[in-house]
Design a protein around this ligand. Sequence first.
Ligand code: SF4
Length: 358
Amino acid sequence: MCNGDDMQTELENRATAPEGDHVTDRLGRPMRDLRLSVIDRCNFRCTYCMPAEEVGPNFPWLGMSEWLSFEEMLRLVRQFARLGVEKIRLTGGEPLLRAHLPELVKGLRAIPGIKDLAMTTNGILLSLYAADLKEAGLDRVTVSLDALDETVFRTMNGGFDAPAKVLEGIEAAQAAGFKDIKINTVVRRDINMGELVPILTKFRGSDVVVRFIEYMDVGNVNHWESDQVVSSAELIDLISNQWEIEPVAKNYSGEVADRYRYADGSGEIGFVSSISQPFCRPCNRSRLSVDGKLFTCLFATEGTDLREPVRSGESDEELHDRIAAIWTQRTDQYSQLRWGGKKKKDGDKKIEMFYIGG
Ligand code: SF4
């Protein structure tokens, strides 16, 4: 793992021009993965993302006219695909709150170069849409599930619904033909540590992959405290007391999760360690907010507006060059710097995760 200074030296040596049509950033990182936020709203108030006490009923949500239309999203994604994007992850807020989502999936599926179409959801509406999304061409589903115990579940998500509804959604997705469904579980020391073994027991022996996510200092409203973080190393120790697990090689460069499998062949577990083992080095993720701003890091403080150029009639070529210009100047490595002890300047307002997707 290199520290911030090595990466700084590398920065100075890498003002490379884009090769062919695919672009790389100042650290030679390609643009492979686009997180596409289709809505800024959610039907949960997860404590680590949009806690209810900060995001209340009068929160200034974007108006629907501010949202990119599906046509506008497709126009932009075609240019991202030309520049190297192969994987799209639909996100939000809660993406299933956006009406007619299968239509967007169908359009994205038809874009040359897009090989992998995934979606992250809290699962509450999944049983209603799984079959249509599968038919429209969605490849993969990731479902957030922080607890099986109803009280803990509601403590983590601000007091909404029940885990049974999420499990119903997962079953509906499996019935619709989705394989290798992933479960994202954000671990908070003070709330859901007791849920690790029940969640793993629930999915052991199935092709569902549970991934534990270190609690992150995203945005400005989740009151993040470092002592609430449970490192992946600590989790691996805890789980190893119960089951023998062993590390597995990553599927591809830039994959966020460290993969492990049960030694007895009962499946896989993943760990996303942005705090204790940052993964900025191969980070190839860009993020487009629902109102058309391009962000080059989850912890960015500002994005670049692409909606106005789209709505003011810029050509595809101009949009292509505009996106390329943004990515080729990218130097983001927030988690790496945090790990190295460097902090954001006081007053720097990070973008909220529910606006650009995790
Ligand atoms: S902190 Fe930013 S640069 Fe680092 S892995 Fe996350 S999104 Fe990528």
